[in-house]
Design a protein around this ligand. Structure first.
Ligand code: SF4
Ligand code: SF4
Length: 376
C-alpha cells in the first residue's frame, strides 16, 4: 500500500467513529474516498480522531489551522457528503464528520449526469455492498447475533388510507390503556411533514445509484422522493444535495410515492425512534433500496408497529397484494386466498392500499422486524 493509501486507510478508521458499524479499509473504500476527499484534506480529517463533532474553537486547536482555511476545507468536504455543518441548540456552529455511507446517500441525492466518473462512483459503492455481504456470509451466525442487538435503522410509517381515499382498518391493541400516540411515534406520514418548517427533497439515492450503473427501478421512475427534515434539510439544501419544498409539495410527492406502492420509512436522530425524525425515504421492493428483502445485502432492523391481516371471508384471490407486497411475502393458498408470512411483514399497508376488496387491515404489533439476506 502506498503512503497516500495508508493515510486514506487511517481516515477510514476516523470516519467509522461516525457510523453504526465499522467499514473495513480496503481498495474499494480507499477508491471511494479518493472521489470525495482530496489528499490535502486528509490531515484535517485526522483532527477529528478524538471527537467527531467540534466547534470552530476546538477545530482551531486540534487542526492547528486558521479559521479561514478551516472554513474552506469544511465547505469542500460538506459538498462531498463528508461533513455536516449546522449550529447546535445554543446557536454555536458544530462541524461533524459523517460516516462513509452518508457520502453515497448525499451525493446520489443530487441529479447526476451519466458521466464515466459518476458511473465509477456508483460501481464502487455497489462493490462495497458486495464486500459487506461477503463479510456477512463469511461469519453468518455471529454477524446475525450481533446485528439483532443493534437499534433499528428505520421505522415503517404505515399507509392510513387506501387508493380510493377510504381509511384502512387499523386495529389497536385493546390491552394497552394509554393513548396510542403516547407509546408509538407518529403513525401518519402527513403529520410528520406538518411538524417541520424546513423540508427538503432530493432524488432517491438508492434508485439513482442503481440507475446510473444500469439498473433502473421497475417500480417508479427516478423522482425527487428522499426527504430531509429540520436541520438536515437546511444542511442538504445548503450544499446542493436537495431543494427546499413547501409542505404542500411534500405531501403531493408522498401521494405519488403511495400510488407507486413505495413504503414510507422514517429515520430518527441517532437512530433512536423516540427522538425526532430527520429524514423520510420512500422505498421500493425492486431491489434498489437495501431495506427490503430483495435489496438487503446485510441485515436491516426495522421498527414496525403493525402487521397485515387478511380477512379470508373478503379475499377474492385476485392476486393484487401478491404482486404489490413490498417484501414479496404474500402468496395465494390452495383455496385461492391470500396469506402473508408474518416474519417479514413490516406493516407498511401497501397491500391494503391496493386491495380492491378492503380485505386487509393493519393490526397493532409493536416489534423489530429483522430483514435478513439469505445465507449463500
Ligand atoms: S388484493 Fe385483496 S382480494 Fe386480492 S388477493 Fe389480496 S387480499 Fe385477496
Ligand atoms: S404484507 Fe407486505 S405489503 Fe402488506 S404490510 Fe406486510 S410487508 Fe407491507
Amino acid at each position: 500500500m502506498s503512503d497516500v493509501d495508508k493515510k486514506y486507510a487511517k481516515v477510514i478508521t476516523v470516519l467509522n467513529k461516525a457510523g453504526q458499524f465499522p467499514i473495513p479499509a480496503s481498495e474499494t473504500t480507499i477508491s471511494i474516498l479518493k472521489h470525495t476527499i482530496r489528499e490535502e484534506d486528509l490531515d484535517f480529517i485526522m483532527a477529528f480522531k478524538r471527537d467527531i463533532s467540534q466547534t470552530m474553537e476546538q477545530l482551531k486547536e486540534s487542526s492547528k489551522l486558521p479559521e479561514e482555511e478551516i472554513l474552506t476545507k469544511v465547505k469542500r468536504l460538506a459538498e462531498k457528503g463528508v461533513m455536516f455543518d449546522q449550529p447546535n441548540r445554543n446557536g454555536v456552529m458544530v462541524f461533524r464528520l459523517l460516516p462513509i455511507v452518508r457520502q453515497s446517500e448525499y451525493n446520489f441525492m443530487k441529479k447526476l449526469e451519466h458521466t464515466e466518473e459518476n458511473k465509477e462512483f456508483g460501481r464502487l459503492f455497489k462493490k462495497l455492498d458486495d464486500n459487506l455481504n461477503q463479510m456477512f456470509q463469511n461469519d453468518y451466525d455471529n454477524f446475525l447475533n450481533m446485528w439483532k442487538k443493534m437499534p433499528p435503522i428505520d421505522r415503517t410509517v404505515p399507509y392510513v388510507k387506501n387508493q380510493n381515499g377510504d381509511n384502512i382498518e387499523i386495529v389497536l391493541d385493546k390491552e394497552v390503556e394509554v393513548p396510542i400516540e403516547k407509546i408509538i411515534p407518529t403513525q401518519n406520514i402527513d403529520d410528520i411533514i406538518k411538524k417541520f418548517d424546513d423540508i427538503a427533497v432530493g432524488k432517491c439515492f438508492c434508485r439513482q445509484r442503481e440507475e446510473i450503473i444500469g439498473h433502473p427501478c421497475k417500480q417508479i421512475e427516478l423522482i425527487d422522493s428522499c426527504f430531509t427534515l429540520g436541520k438536515s434539510a437546511k444542511h442538504t439544501s445548503k450544499h446542493g444535495f436537495s431543494r427546499l419544498v413547501s409542505r404542500e409539495e411534500a405531501l403531493d410527492i408522498l401521494k405519488k410515492c403511495r400510488e407507486a406502492g413505495l413504503v414510507h420509512k422514517a429515520y430518527h436522530l441517532a437512530s433512536d425512534i423516540n427522538k425526532e425524525e430527520v429524514a423520510i425515504c420512500n422505498c421500493c421492493g425492486d431491489g434498489c433500496c437495501p431495506n427490503s428483502l430483495k435489496g438487503a445485502y446485510i441485515p436491516q432492523n426495522n421498527a414496525s408497529n403493525f402487521v397485515a391481516e387478511i380477512n379470508p371471508e373478503l379475499c377474492t384471490g385476485c392476486g393484487t397484494c401478491v404482486e404489490k407486497c413490498h417484501n414479496a411475502i404474500i402468496e395465494l393458498n390452495n383455496d385461492n386466498i391470500a396469506e402473508r408470512d408474518e416474519k417479514f411483514c413490516i406493516g407498511c399497508g401497501v397491500c391494503a392500499y391496493f386491495c380492491p376488496e378492503n380485505a386487509i387491515s393493519l393490526v397493532e404489533k409493536k416489534r423489530i422486524v429483522n430483514i435478513i439476506p439469505p445465507q449463500k
